[in-house]
Design a protein around this ligand. Structure first.
Ligand code: HEC
Ligand code: HEC
Length: 250
């Protein structure tokens, strides 16, 4: 059994009798890192923060990816007209690389050494003035935020990369739904589950309710919908300018 990498072996033992063949995320990330360095590192940088090809840690596409749905097609088809070749890798190799890229994003966000790992200077290339103008004007940020109110001190709260990711992909404001039953009664609460067949909410009293979608009328309120629409509107320059402006809110 000496072929089993030490860490995985110890991990499996620690979990008490997991079959040794069990997959661990760490193992996939490890394999993905090796594949990535070999196939992609030359262009995207060994740490994925960019070199002759774009930074993948900050890439909207990578940040929006769920289990490879966006990254895998780019790997398989490449972007030949833009200088990225197609890679005929196995599904397993692609999924390992995807795991590695998500781990890199997490690492950069949560690392205590984020400022070494990811210099703010690399993000701070925009114009504060243009960012303020965009915030007050075309960006429409004023509709929901105020620099002296809810965003006061926001730059002191987060590391530079975390701040950038938070305004691009904010989290923490849950979706709510109003569900009207056939009897005409309406329930409101936080969405716990929502797909084409089922809706489930937890109401303000903490009670869980669930219905088949076909039997009720559902109105979903997503406080972050405004943000997602913005993602399609930003240019790279807007993002850099906004970031430079937000960094002044210390
Ligand atoms: C020869 C250089 C090169 C190699 C090797 C390469 N890429 Fe790329 N990649 C690029 C370029 C250039 C772009 C930008 C294309 C564009 O502007 O649309 C890109 C774009 C991407 C994107 C889209 C980023 C975005 O935000 O739109 C992803 C994801 C990506 N590459 C992943 C990979 C992975 C994973 C590998 C290894 C399997 C890899 N690339 C290998 C050059 C390369
Ligand atoms: C339609 C309303 C809306 C618009 C427009 C909007 N935001 Fe937000 N924003 C939110 C909500 C809701 C949150 C989540 C707040 C929370 O979780 O406390 C948020 C979160 C943020 C955060 C993270 C704050 C934190 O403390 O985590 C930043 C930074 C931010 N937005 C910046 C912007 C910028 C810059 C713009 C304009 C380009 C913008 N927002 C436009 C509603 C909006």
């Amino acid at each position: 059994m000496t072929w089993i990498p030490n860490r995985i072996f110890v991990f499996a033992l620690a979990l008490g009798g997991l079959p040794l063949a069990a997959e661990t995320p760490a193992a996939a990330i490890q394999r993905g890192r090796a594949q990535y360095v070999q196939a992609c590192g030359f262009c995207h940088g060994e740490d994925a923060t960019g070199n002759r090809a774009p930074d993948l840690v900050r890439s909207p596409l990578v940040n929006h990816d769920v289990n490879g749905d966006l990254i895998a097609p780019v790997i398989r088809n490449g972007r030949p007209d833009k200088g990225m070749p197609a890679f005929p890798l196995s599904a397993a190799a692609v999924s390992d690389i995807v795991a590695f890229l998500h781990a890199r994003v997490d690492e950069s966000l949560h690392s205590a050494h984020v400022s070494n790992d990811y210099p703010a200077a690399r993000l701070l290339t925009g114009s504060v003035q243009a960012g303020r103008a965009f915030f007050d004007g075309a960006g429409g940020c004023r509709a929901c935020h105020s620099p002296a109110g809810d965003l006061a001190g926001v730059a002191a709260k987060f590391t530079p990369l975390d701040l950038e990711v938070r305004f691009l992909y904010p989290r923490g404001a849950p979706r709510t739904a109003a569900v009207t039953t056939p009897g005409g009664q309406t329930f409101e609460g936080r969405v716990v589950h929502l797909d084409e067949f089922t809706v489930a909410i937890r109401d303000s009293g903490g009670w869980y309710h669930s219905w088949p979608r076909s039997q009720v009328r559902v109105t979903v309120h997503d406080p972050l919908a405004g943000h997602r629409e913005l993602l399609a509107k930003y240019t790279d320059a807007d993002i850099h300018d906004l970031f430079a402006y937000l960094e002044t809110l210390k």
